[in-house]
Ligand binder design. Structure first.
Ligand code: ADP
Ligand code: MG
Length: 333
């Protein structure tokens, strides 16, 4: 138990928990939310999918580039993106927070209002967590989602001759981060990139829309597609070819130096888009789901038989193939 200052008020842990507790819950499968020793929910028809992500101040975010509200918003959005990558509907989350003693309670509540705003957008409920004090701000979010039985989407489902597709545009989040670090926040064009960094849009509707497909492999873009494609290729024992000319980027992405564009779209990461593979005959259906869910979908490559003499992911550019691995990152002075 600790007592902290919140504005002019002194607030204890109990009051804090009460202040972040939802007045009501949206999901009918919840039996007991915040307020007892643990939460209880009942699910008999679907598979339960769960994941956790932890964010440490000055490692995963900094107050310099992330308003408190978006620290919360983005932490939950990153978890939701994992649900989308599994084909699951996000339903509940638990938030464990370590608060440094010098952080005013008002600021902690601002982080929680970001979590809450994101939860509302995806109709999720906060059903528990933990609140402790410690040296630096750490926010750990556990997420729970539902997927139709046997319909979770795995990385090991890519097959030879599949097409490779990606949602949205790539590199925007990293561009936004760099603009924030450079203090270039006033320009309205820059605002697009900054918004993509601070307020990601995990592709839940699109992913659930694919549920009728009998096979699709999915991975969310949290480390850059070079990495995500390698994860699919390795899990599926195949090679993936990415075609540079098809990589989708946003309209004003060309304003950045070419080498940065290259780094950001392949290695920038944190776009929270979905990278997937499916059989070519399903691609039209996938683009139709994209239209229905307002999700841009682009075909960016194909799957080949495993060839251990090559890197698992190859980039085809001007008809020349080269390995697309992290060592390919262009270092700029
Ligand atoms: P216990 O001592 O039994 O672990 P706590 O005092 O830690 O209980 O928590 C009481 C209730 O408040 C529990 O339902 C717990 O899940 C919830 N809770 C605590 N901290 C948070 C938090 N940061 N976010 C959401 N719920 C929380
Ligand atoms: Mg506890």
């Amino acid at each position: 138990m600790y007592i902290r200052k919140c504005g002019d008020l002194l607030m204890d842990e109990f009051e804090f928990i009460n202040s972040i507790k939802q007045a009501d819950y949206k999901n009918a499968s919840l039996i007991k939310g915040v307020g007892d020793d643990a939460a209880v929910f009942r699910q008999t028809n679907q598979d339960i999918v769960t994941a956790v992500d932890t964010f440490v101040e000055n490692v995963h975010f900094s107050k310099q580039t992330m308003p408190l509200f978006f620290i919360g918003y983005r932490a939950l959005a990153a978890n939701i993106s994992d649900m989308a990558a599994m084909g699951a509907k996000p339903v509940f989350y638990l938030a464990s927070i370590t608060i440094p003693s010098f952080w005013p309670m008002k600021e902690v509540q601002e982080v929680f209002s970001g979590l809450d705003a994101c939860a509302k957008e995806y109709e999720m409920d906060l059903i528990g967590g933990d609140t402790v004090s410690g040296k630096e701000l750490t926010l750990s979010v556990t997420i729970i989602g539902y997927v139709d039985k046997g319909k979770a989407r795995y990385r090991n489902q890519a097959k030879i001759d599949d097409i490779v597709f990606v949602t949205g545009t790539l590199g925007d989040s990293r561009a936004g981060l760099e603009l924030l670090l450079d203090g270039k926040t006033s320009d309205s064009e820059n605002h697009f990139f900054i918004n993509r960094h601070q307020k990601p849009t995990p592709r839940v509707g699109f992913s659930i829309g694919l549920s009728d497909l009998c096979r699709v492999s999915l991975n969310d873009v949290s480390d850059g597609i070079a990495n995500e494609a390698a994860e699919i290729a390795e899990a599926s024992c195949v090679n993936i070819i990415i075609e540079d000319e098809f990589i989708p980027v946003s309209d004003s992405f060309s304003q950045f130096p070419k080498a940065l564009q290259y780094n950001w779209k392949y290695f920038g990461g944190e776009d929270f888009e979905l990278l997937g593979t499916a059989s070519e005959e399903n691609y039209e259906y996938i683009t139709e789901i994209g239209r229905q869910t307002d999700t841009k979908v682009t075909r960016i490559g194909y799957v080949k038989a495993r060839d251990s003499s090559q890197a698992t992911v190859m980039l085809k550019k001007n008809k020349i193939m080269s390995p697309l691995n992290k060592e390919g990152y262009t270092h700029l002075k």
